[in-house]
Design a protein around this ligand. Structure first.
Ligand code: FAD
Ligand code: N01
Length: 535
């Protein structure tokens, strides 16, 4: 053991959210000594950090949960269709307790670097807690949406009031009662928090750069009958989720938006709207995600709903997305978002017309006015998919830095592994369905696959598994080609890296579908890890 190394383990996992927790369980069951590190003070990942008012899932709770343990599935009972953040965090705490996970997790500790030692065929992992751990395998469960994006507005430090980012909301909460609140950003986090903030603040001013498409969540308490029914049918339900396009069982559309007349089309969209399901409107016809004209029928349907809901026509128009196809920036499920703009204490500022200039001592300055406020909420999102990975000094063979390898965009084989970085795995990494799916389904699939791969290496008395450059190149080309068959590349979205200045513009998720992707991963394993070198 080198002088610096404080501990030797079989595996290090970075992150203790849904992914890291399950990965720990699987490796522990397989008999590997494992250490987990998380910068957070406890388990939960996303659900530990995102404590802003209104935070909740938009995949139904009974689907957005682990499937690996039938006992866990049966003993946990969700109270509402879309659980709020405290309930999801309670669930993850329950999982941590039930499977005694915390004993292998070190909290409040960031992994700073991970360097591959070719001679030893091991990773050397350095933390800000002063530990240097040597591990055969390194598994990055660092999250796709865990690195908050800086708001890029000058002057924050001189603001005299309270500043909070939705992505790392203060644990003690932010008291907005009777206060003037500025919210910057109208993605999912803004859209979830604005109605709740408006209910208790004196004034809420929403600073919108790009309007988003949002649909009513129709959240409600779950009743005993439907809970019992789903619990009884869990095996079939989970199997359908695993085989589906987005990790949510749906009946696929069979007709183009232009196979039906205007009245029938409107009726189909209305039926989808009433479901309160994220993928319903986009899935109403076969071509909404692939054809601009078909897409515009869906977009116009949502815009008509905004006009129906928002009483001031000018505000309704400002809230109506017109610069990108429906669904190419992630749509939202909301609870009373558009209605909130009918309140007297809520104001909308269009940053396209009057750009944000700076934060002052007293508030937010645009090109047109000073907007005084007591609290600023940055709902400005994340450096998604690659942000948390690139923040760590990861070096593979020959000292190659991951940031250099990915300087023109992430390159992976199956979103699971990177050529030149043996024994390193990324859970829901770029190039996998990840953020285009019910992420718990994708996380479980990755963790199971990685565990099998690790056991294959060890079971054969070998040391390493590494993606081959050729297989990686073919996969990257395939991910791009499938993405180009959709409208996704047309939007300036975080899927494209467009929300972070200087980030390469690459469609980072795999849109070929959760079911087909799973099959591909299984085939690769069955063909003796085709495209990987085992040594
Ligand atoms: P995370 O939960 O992000 O956990 C990653 C962990 O890694 C974090 O705790 C972080 O602190 C830690 N970490 C990162 N880097 C380091 C480092 N260098 N050192 C130490 N620790 C590190 N997905 C859905 O499918 N459905 C939903 O309804 C849904 N709702 C969401 C709502 C919000 C508000 C957000 C932000 C995301 C939502 N998502 C949803 C996506 C969500 O991120 C995933 O569903 C899931 O929680 C990801 O789990 P994870 O374990 O992969 O990553
Ligand atoms: O972040 P976002 P988010 N000046 O990037 C604006 C998941 N999630 O945290 O679009 C002014 O979507 C930015 O404007 P623009 C989900 O996957 C799920 O809301 O770049 N404005 C945008 O309006 C989601 O997609 C839920 O022009 C600035 C907003 O800030 C993902 O996490 C809830 C700006 C950021 O929106 C991210 O969502 C929450 C600037 N400098 C999150 N910088 C559920 O409902 C950014 N903006 C389950």
């Amino acid at each position: 053991m080198s002088a610096d190394v404080t501990e030797q383990v079989d595996a290090v996992i970075v992150g203790a959210g849904f992914a890291g927790m399950y990965q720990l369980l699987r490796l522990r069951e397989a008999g590997l000594s494992t250490r987990v590190f998380d910068a957070a003070g406890d388990v939960g990942g996303t659900w530990y950090w995102n404590r802003y008012p209104g935070a909740r899932c938009d995949v139904e709770s009974m689907a957005y949960s682990y499937s690996f343990s039938p006992e866990l599935e049966q003993e946990w009972t969700w109270t509402s269709r879309y659980a709020d953040q405290p309930e999801i965090l309670s669930y993850l705490n329950h999982v941590a307790d039930r499977f005694d996970l915390r004993r292998d997790i070190t909290f409040s500790t960031s992994v700073l670097s991970a360097h591959y030692d070719e001679a030893a065929a091991r990773w050397t992992v350095v933390t800000d807690g002063g530990e240097t751990v040597s591990a055969q395998f390194l598994i990055m469960a660092t999250g796709c949406l865990s690195m908050s994006k800086a708001p890029e507005v000058p002057g924050e430090e001189r603001f005299g009031g309270v500043v909070a980012h939705t992505g790392h909301w203060p644990h003690e909460g932010v008291d907005v009662a009777g206060k003037r609140v500025a919210v910057i950003g109208t993605g999912s986090s803004g859209i979830q928090s604005i109605p709740i903030l408006a209910a208790s603040a004196a004034e809420v001013t929403v600073f919108q750069r790009t309007p988003n498409f949002s649909m009513p969540a129709r959240n409600r308490p779950l009743d005993d009958g439907e809970i019992a029914e789903r619990k009884a049918a869990y095996p079939e339900y989970r199997a359908a989720a695993r085989a589906s396009g987005f990790g949510i069982p749906t009946v696929p559309a069979t007709q183009s938006a232009f196979d039906v007349d205007d009245a029938e089309r409107a009726a189909r969209y209305q039926a989808a709207w009433e479901k309160g399901v994220l993928v319903a409107v986009g899935g109403a016809f076969t071509d909404v995600r692939t054809d601009v004209a078909a897409n515009d029928t869906a977009a116009e349907f949502v815009r008509s709903k905004i006009r129906e809901t928002v009483t001031d026509p000018a505000t309704a128009e400002t809230l109506s997305p017109r610069t990108y196809p429906f669904g190419t920036k992630r749509p939202c499920l909301d609870s009373g978002y558009y209605e909130t703009f009918n309140r007297e204490n809520v104001h909308l500022v269009d940053l396209r017309a009057t750009p944000l200039q700076e934060i002052t001592e007293d508030g937010v300055r645009t090109s047109e006015a000073d907007h005084g406020c007591d609290v600023i909420v940055f709902a400005t999102g994340f450096d998604a998919m690659t942000g948390a990975l690139n923040a760590i000094d990861i070096r593979g063979r020959d000292g190659l830095a991951l940031t250099n390898k990915w300087s023109e965009g992430p390159r992976t084989y199956l979103g699971l592994a990177v050529a030149g970085f043996p024994n390193l795995f990324t859970i829901t990494g770029p190039g996998s369905p990840s953020v285009l799916s019910n992420m718990v389904v994708s996380i479980e699939q990755h963790v199971d696959w990685v565990t099998d791969a690790v056991l294959a290496v060890r079971g054969r008395g070998l040391s390493t598994i590494e993606a081959e450059a050729r297989a990686e190149g073919e996969w990257v080309a395939h991910v791009e080609a499938v993405g180009n068959m959709t409208l996704f590349p047309q939007a300036d979205s975080w899927y494209m890296g467009a929300n972070v200045p200087g980030k390469p513009r690459v469609f980072m998720a795999y849109v070929g579908g959760v079911g087909p992707y799973r099959q591909r991963c299984d085939d690769v394993a069955a063909k003796d890890y085709e495209g990987f070198a085992l040594a």
